[in-house]
Design a protein around this ligand. Structure first.
Ligand SMILES: *[C@@H]1O[C@H](CO)[C@@H](O)[C@H](O)[C@H]1NC(C)=O
Ligand SMILES: *[C@@H]1O[C@H](CO)[C@@H](O)[C@H](O)[C@H]1NC(C)=O
Ligand SMILES: *[C@@H]1O[C@H](CO)[C@@H](O)[C@H](O)[C@H]1NC(C)=O
Ligand SMILES: *[C@@H]1O[C@H](CO)[C@@H](O)[C@H](O)[C@H]1NC(C)=O
Length: 768
């Protein structure tokens, strides 16, 4: 659109706002940032329409007509979003926000909410490398290690000096890159770390305090360096933490280029990554020409049209960019999964079959299996044991003492002993620090009952070992059984190929999907437990003020660590199949995932924990068939959720005419979720598959739990060429035999003898 065409609408708005303003009695209200989405078809910057400056001017004039002058608007606007979406983030009071929302040009006005961040053995575990090197079927060969893919990470920034981001051996930057590197002598980009940006205005407004050093892409937290190196760090030999897990560190797409978009800052009560900043990061990444956006941060915990980051992800997907989010760390409670929009890939976390084992020997010859990443050597002999409750000062309660808090432990009782503490309130490292200060020679940390017997090894300062809740009870029994309890803490050993593995991590957030029971979430599982990756060398690995240790690698656990694994594999797939849509790539990841562990048993959980299963990168290259989804189908899905034309405009630049008969359950998703399956009320699910593997005949098989019957029509699909799409339907029936309500699970598999295309099915059985 030419600038002159803007004038009538601006004049109109000016008039409208003048009216609104005169009726506004000066309300004293606290101001805060709001995110304002504007009608897209009117103005947005691209070569055919307006320049960025013109769109910005439009924003100043539009808001200025409400605030009194374009200058006032300029001052209140934090960001103008001018390219992928049309809108701005501005500081407004409630009244101004409400007035703005009433303007015909304004689609929505959303609050700037805060989100939270959700941490090399894993690539071997996933089969892209083995003890002999790189097997011939490895996706690394076909994808040339992700060469010339660009992965964007929206996180806490990056540590540019890390060897993971050295550009030795890299050729020129791919010409599709349109981004930049800030002009900052203390932060240098190179041909590997090709760019970055930072966005802090939303954070600052929420109360975050920043100084001249911290306002930079440089990662002062460690999270962003860790996640980005997990996605695409170089091969770096001799990587370890305090000598543990020594080996060659590498990302999953080790030759891909990376760009860091810093939108997350030191945690304040409201969060660490604010919507206005994350949105600006999305817009920049989309515009810079990246292939994949990796976002290990929380959110998506509200209806899609109210979630600015989910809307931004939609625009990225619309432009062919694959967007990957972490599922969250609120497991194992049900209905905790976040980032659940169907155009996002939602990643759960699992173990990798590796553990850092530090056993505890007891005086009664029992051995308890413990876990540790202690920075000091183990104990050479047995020492007396004491429980922290019996080692407390008389002025503290048993409850306080249980958790080994600061000032609770009496050195007279602790000195020269191994102290037993209980997990909770403060970190295990801090408990160990308090124990050592009180003179303990070692510590045993018993976990609490809700951790599913899962022990995260921690970076203790003293010989220490974490044990399970049930072993904690055994330890209790032993102490009660003798007047002279003793124990010894053994050296840390790295164990691999642990049975069973993978196991979905206890902390990994679970389904069902809180917002749409017709979409199964999470989508897929990847390693996210004790992941070793790069870390800033100026930061303590525990991030504690009392920790003077420094290390270029660190171990973290979380769905944040699982997310970049999938981002890397998505980049590898895109490099092999540049013509595949983000939905096709997601489908390939999901339908080839495995649902059994190394004992060939079902993973210890349901699809609400692992989605379609545990990722198999080498198989994902050649899925045979994919479930593709067009942008219009996503919009029809939103129509089926009851979105009106105005809500839809947050997603679509053009007015969209809904297909009235479209049902949410029929979105061509690679998994199936039936929200209600009543007795004698069969449910029909429509899907279609696209051939990407060449001619073949596929036969359907359905695995179902007792009490459910299903048929697939047609049950055979014949394909003669690549690109061909065929529709089918699945009719599922609750036979009533089970007389049971609640979720049960099954699986649909299409197979041509060579490919196996699997989709999990979740069904909510109802008795009525
Ligand atoms: C600035 O912020 C950084 C990162 O939060 C912090 O490490 C540093 O101490 C601060 N510097 C000053 C001068 O306050
Ligand atoms: C790690 O392994 C490398 C190569 O095998 C070796 O040179 C190095 O000394 C090891 N480092 C540690 C701390 O064990
Ligand atoms: C309890 O008393 C000890 C020593 O008298 C003191 O060091 C400690 O801070 C006190 N703790 C609390 C919680 O008051
Ligand atoms: C051990 O003894 C304490 C009290 O002396 C008691 O509270 C606790 O329940 C006992 N534990 C077991 C496992 O018997």
């Amino acid at each position: 659109m030419e600038a002159s065409n803007l004038i009538p609408s601006i004049l109109f708005l000016f008039f409208l706002f003048s009216l609104l303003q005169t009726s506004t009695i000066a309300t004293i209200a606290t101001k805060k940032p709001y995110i304002v989405y504007l009608e897209s078809q009117s103005v947005y910057a691209d070569s055919k329409h307006c320049s960025i400056q013109q769109v910005q001017e439009f924003h100043y004039n539009l808001l200025g007509s409400l605030l009194g002058s374009p200058e006032a608007a300029k001052e209140s606007i934090l960001y103008s979003y001018t390219r992928s979406f049309n809108g701005f983030a501005a500081i407004l009071n409630e009244k101004e926000a409400a007035d703005l929302a009433r303007s015909p040009q304004v689609i929505s006005v959303l609050e700037n909410r805060g989100r939270k961040l959700h941490t090399t053995n894993s690539w071997r575990f996933l089969g892209v490398e083995d003890d002999e090197g790189i097997p011939s079927n490895s996706i690394w060969n076909a994808a040339q290690f992700g060469r010339d893919m660009i992965i964007a990470n929206i996180d806490t920034g990056v540590w540019p000096e890390s060897n993971s981001f050295s550009d030795e051996g890299y050729g020129p930057i791919p010409s599709k890159w349109r981004g930049t590197c800030p002009d900052d002598p203390s932060f240098r980009c190179n041909r590997k770390l090709i760019g970055g940006r930072y966005f802090y205005k939303g954070y600052k407004f929420a109360g975050g305090v920043l100084n001249a050093t911290s306002v930079s892409i440089r990662d002062h937290n460690g999270h962003g360096t860790h996640t980005l190196s997990t996605a695409a760090g170089n091969f770096v030999p001799g990587a370890n933490i305090f000598g543990h897990g020594n080996g060659t560190a590498k990302g999953g797409a080790p030759k891909a280029r990376v760009a860091a978009y810093k939108a997350c800052w030191p945690l304040i009560p409201e969060g660490e990554c604010f919507d206005a900043d994350v949105l600006a990061a999305f817009e920049a990444a989309i515009n810079d020409g990246v292939d994949v956006i990796s976002a290990s941060l929380g959110g998506g915990d509200q209806e899609f049209f109210r979630d600015p980051v989910g809307i931004a992800a939609f625009h990225a997907a619309q432009q062919g960019i694959i967007v990957i989010f972490s599922a969250g760390n609120d497991g194992p409670q049900p209905e905790t999964v976040g980032n659940v929009a169907p155009w996002e890939i939602t990643v759960a976390a699992s173990t990798t079959g590796r553990n850092f084992v530090s056993n505890v020997a007891l005086g009664n010859n029992k051995i308890l299996k413990g876990s540790s990443l202690s920075s000091v050597s183990a104990l050479p002999q047995f020492y007396p044991l004491i429980d922290s409750v019996n080692a407390k000062f008389s002025n503290v309660s048993e409850f306080q003492a249980k958790f080994c808090g600061k000032g609770t432990l009496n050195p007279k009782k602790v000195k020269g002993k191994i102290l037993i503490c209980t997990a909770g309130k403060i970190t295990g490292v801090e408990k160990g620090y308090n124990a050592a200060e009180a003179g303990a020679v070692g510590m045993i940390l018993a976990t609490n009952i809700d951790n599913l017997e899962e022990i995260k090894p921690e970076l203790y300062f003293l010989p220490a070992s974490g044990i399970t809740y049930s072993d904690g009870e055994l330890l209790d029994d032993y102490i009660n059984s003798t007047s002279t309890p003793v124990a010894q803490i053994m050296n840390v050993r790295t164990e691999v190929e642990i049975n069973p593995s993978p196991v979905v991590a206890a902390f990994s957030s679970r389904g069902p999907n809180p917002f749409d029971k017709a979409i199964l979430k999470p989508d897929i599982t990847a390693p996210g437990f004790t992941i070793l990756a790069s870390y800033p060398t100026t930061r303590a690995p525990t991030r504690s003020g009392f920790d003077q240790r420094r290390t270029p690698f660190n171990v973290f656990s979380g769905t944040s660590m699982a997310c970049p694994h999938i981002s890397a594999i998505a980049a590898l797939l895109k490099s092999i199949h540049p013509e595949w849509s983000p939905a096709a790539i997601k489908s390939a990841l999901m339908t080839t995932a495995k649902t059994s562990d190394n004992n060939n048993l079902l993973l210890n959980a349901t699809p609400f924990a692992f989605g379609a299963g545990h990722v198999r990168p080498n198989d994902a290259m050649d899925p045979g068939l994919v479930y593709d989804i067009t942008v219009d189908e996503y919009l029809n899905f939103l129509c089926a959720r009851g979105y009106n034309a105005i809500q839809l405009r947050r997603f679509s630049k053009q007015p969209f005419v809904c297909e009235k008969s479209f049902k949410a359950i029929d979105l061509n998703y690679p998994s199936i979720s039936i929200p209600n399956l009543n007795v004698n009320a069969p449910v029909t699910i429509n899907r279609r598959v696209k051939n990407v593997g060449g001619p073949g005949t596929y036969v359907a098989r359905v695995e179902l739990p007792e009490g459910v019957a299903a048929s697939v029509e047609p049950s055979t699909l014949q394909f003669s060429s690549v690109g061909e799409e065929k529709a089918f339907r699945v009719v599922v029936q609750n036979t009533g035999e089970l007389k049971h309500e609640g979720y049960v699970f099954g699986k649909l598999v299409w197979s041509d003898g060579k490919h196996s295309v699997g989709s999990p099915i979740s069904m909510n059985l109802r008795c009525d």
